[in-house]
Design a binder for this molecule. Sequence first.
Ligand SMILES: C[S@@+](CC[C@H](N)C(=O)[O-])C[C@H]1O[C@@H](n2cnc3c(N)ncnc32)[C@H](O)[C@@H]1O
Ligand code: SF4
Length: 380
Amino acid sequence: MHEAGFLLMKIVRKNNLLAIPKRGKPPLILYKMRFKLSSFFYGLPKIPSEIMLEVTSRCNLNCQFCFNKLLYPAQGRKSQELSTANIKKIIAKIKKSKVPIVRFTGGEPLLRDDIFELMDYAHQEGLKVWLNTNATLITRPIARKIAKHVDNILISLNAHTCVSERYLTGSDTFKSKLKGIILLKESKVKHLRCGTVATKANIINLEKIYDLVKRLEISDWELFRVIPLSDKNIAIDNNDIALLVEKMLRINKIANKNYKIANAIPFCAFDPQRVSKIALGAVADDGHIRFVINSTGNARPMYYLNEHIGNIFEDGILMMWNNKFMKKIRALRYVPDACRGCKYMNTCKGGSRVASKIIGGDYRALDYLAQPHKYKAHLK
Ligand SMILES: C[S@@+](CC[C@H](N)C(=O)[O-])C[C@H]1O[C@@H](n2cnc3c(N)ncnc32)[C@H](O)[C@@H]1O
Ligand code: SF4
């Protein structure tokens, strides 16, 4: 079936049967038909690639940009947490649904006393275990346990000095974070990555953060555009994006690396050709390939996309995956009209639907960083 599909799509493409007219936007019906055809023949993901499990809402840091500041007070930041037994039930459900990866996140997951028991259980169930951590609580014994239990670890690294760390996280934890990373490296953890949330405060110091990444011998570094959920004032603007993109291109060239912005950012936030070289687009964002279950069992599409899509104790994983909102996200129904016809649309997906909702008031609004009219000629 799929082979026939590919052949048919080839004929359709070769003969330009679904071509977008040169002038103006394609009619919506044609646009929808193109999407339906390609999703039918190429297949949208039938199951999520991973489940991010927020095993606690507690955290030892207080990062100024953290989306949890807005989301957790609603639950009560010190609110009830799921018991060990209930998290094991969730893990068993993930396994049953054939999702291959469970990512332990939070809050700070290492604050849970039973975290390694949970990871061990996930491994026994045959799942890959991923971990998001701020790395400030890591001692040598903990590093060894992480090396044993974790297949992939993402550490938040947002600053290059004690002062900037205190400014961004509200804590004097810079040294303990560096120590944690060194201990993890010494314990030979399997796949260690560091992630930097790009804010106005640290884009100017990007080269210095990169120097730290180099000195710590971290080979995988990724950047995230800050999603201004906790406070609209922390939103970055198009000048910040231009600076970030130029700095990343320079670092990638000098270091012969391919560092990327891993969450959604509109390619037309700046010169789209240049942005497309360092941005992964929205492919792994906004619920397109995975979703989050929080510390009370409620599910939402993405860390910072707070749309209720079910509760794990009432709904199955696939039910949540195929929830109406999730289907609409994957079908690009929330992508703004201004993006129709753009050559980057399938990757960029119009930037962040969350940013659109926060700043523009609507999931279908243009991402506030997008400038399709300014870069019209580059987008066709
Ligand atoms: C909320 S943290 C939880 C795990 C752990 N405490 C940590 O610091 O990595 C999960 C990830 O979300 C990122 N993050 C938090 N707030 C964000 C925001 N407003 N925009 C983009 N990423 C954000 C963090 O940097 C981290 O990589
Ligand atoms: S027009 Fe839309 S899809 Fe194209 S680069 Fe801009 S935001 Fe992305």
